[in-house]
Design a protein around this ligand. Structure first.
Ligand SMILES: [Zn+2]
Length: 390
């Protein structure tokens, strides 16, 4: 499985204008770094290991340690699958933030949106890894004259190999389901997008995925299969989210911050009182204000900061004491698509012109918030200007 865009972009920092940075999820721990890609393991996966060790699931009755080894090897296969995506993406010049292993599989989080053709190969590379593993295990099983039916294999090690063989076939089949965020969903979109607009292709692929998830959910209810039901719900929700995120990113691709930014906005001075700030808030539609000292930006005062400050310190307090000193800014020629990932709700991103000489500080020229970027994307969609879809 690959995932784009990363789901938890969160950074409040005064610098890197090259593009947003991503803090890592604290619910996962870093296992290794392969080809420059951090491999993380979600804590729920460790719970799964404990569960397997405690119940001895995995087919090898009476061999708890074999069950634990099976789960670890299975996840090594999932990891290789994700590395298949990540290394193929690297060939197309797309970096991978990290690979996270969850109990139901892995996710490689790609930094950029691949174009339709490279997406096809990036998506196929993961399941292809499982096919290769299955073929190698199949050759080993045939060579050792072990039956392929797990029920007929009683020795623990051969049974482990046969289980892994079938697991890789299952991984291949599951990931090739034509539903987002499965690889099959991306393959489907890529095929559709060669015949139609990529957004239409995304919508159709998402609908097919959700329809499939509904069927899977019904099936799981009839068969009382809880795991299948969880997967169905996951696929249904993820398919919708994926389609929305993808639409936004396709629309933003090829546009810069400069095109979308608000140029007409008010600033506050560090010496202003909250009363002045409240008057500015009430007099217009602007919710968040850059706070300046002379030409230099010192912080940001959001509506929430202002209301909190008024409640705690009263209207005569200074803006400087209430504002956020950490804020995010970008240069105007940054890709809009990159900036989308840095948004957190109700926090503006400032747009600053790089200084002509290094001793000067950057100059504030615009602001971005989620609302105005969304408006920009909707309006630019209806403009005659064709969006890039490669
Ligand atoms: Zn995959």
């Amino acid at each position: 499985m690959t995932n784009f865009p990363p789901q938890q972009p969160e950074n409040r920092t005064t610098s890197p204008p090259q593009g947003p940075q991503h803090s890592s999820d604290s619910s996962s721990l870093r296992l290794a770094v392969i080809a420059g890609i951090p491999i993380r393991i979600h804590f729920t996966f460790l719970l799964l290991l404990v569960f397997v060790a405690a119940t001895g699931l995995g087919g090898n009755q009476g061999h708890t340690w074999i069950s634990v080894i099976y789960v670890i090897l299975l996840f090594a296969c999932v990891l290789l699958h994700e590395l298949g995506h990540a290394l193929t993406a690297m060939r197309y010049g797309i970096r991978t933030y990290d690979i996270v292993l969850y109990p139901i599989g892995g996710v490689a989080r790609l930094q950029n949106l691949p174009d339709v053709k490279s997406e096809l190969w990036i998506a196929l590379a993961g399941p292809a890894v499982n096919v290769v593993i299955a073929v190698l295990l199949g050759i080993a099983i045939a060579a050792a004259r072990v039956p392929f039916d797990p029920a007929q294999v009683s020795a623990p090690i051969p049974r482990l190999v046969v289980d892994l063989f079938w697991s890789n076939i299952a991984l291949f089949a599951f990931n090739m389901l034509p539903a987002f965020p499965m690889d099959g969903g991306r393959v489907l979109r890529s095929f559709l997008a060669q015949r139609m607009d990529v957004l239409a292709a995304t919508r159709i692929a998402a609908s097919i995925g959700q329809g499939l998830a509904l069927l899977l959910g019904l099936w799981s209810i009839f068969t009382l299969n809880l795991l299948l039901l969880i997967i169905a719900v996951f696929v249904f929700v993820a398919a919708g989210q994926e389609a929305n995120a993808y639409q936004t990113h396709v629309l933003a691709t090829g546009h810069t911050v400069r095109e979308a930014m608000l140029r007409d906005f008010h600033t506050l001075s560090v010496g202003d009182t909250l009363r002045t700030a409240a008057e500015k808030l009430l007099s217009g539609s602007q919710h968040d204000f850059p706070v300046v000292f002379g030409e230099e930006v010192q912080g940001v005062l959001t509506r929430a900061d202002l209301l909190r400050g008024l409640a705690q310190e009263g209207p005569d307090a200074y803006v400087a004491g209430v504002m956020q000193r950490d804020f995010t800014y970008v240069y105007p020629d940054t890709d809009l698509e990159q900036v989308l990932q840095a948004f957190t709700p109700n926090h503006p991103i400032l747009v600053m012109e790089p200084p002509q000489n290094p001793t000067n500080s950057p100059k504030l020229i615009g602001m971005l918030n989620q609302e105005n970027v969304l408006e920009f994307l909707i309006i630019s969609r209806f403009n005659s200007r064709p969006h890039r879809s490669n």
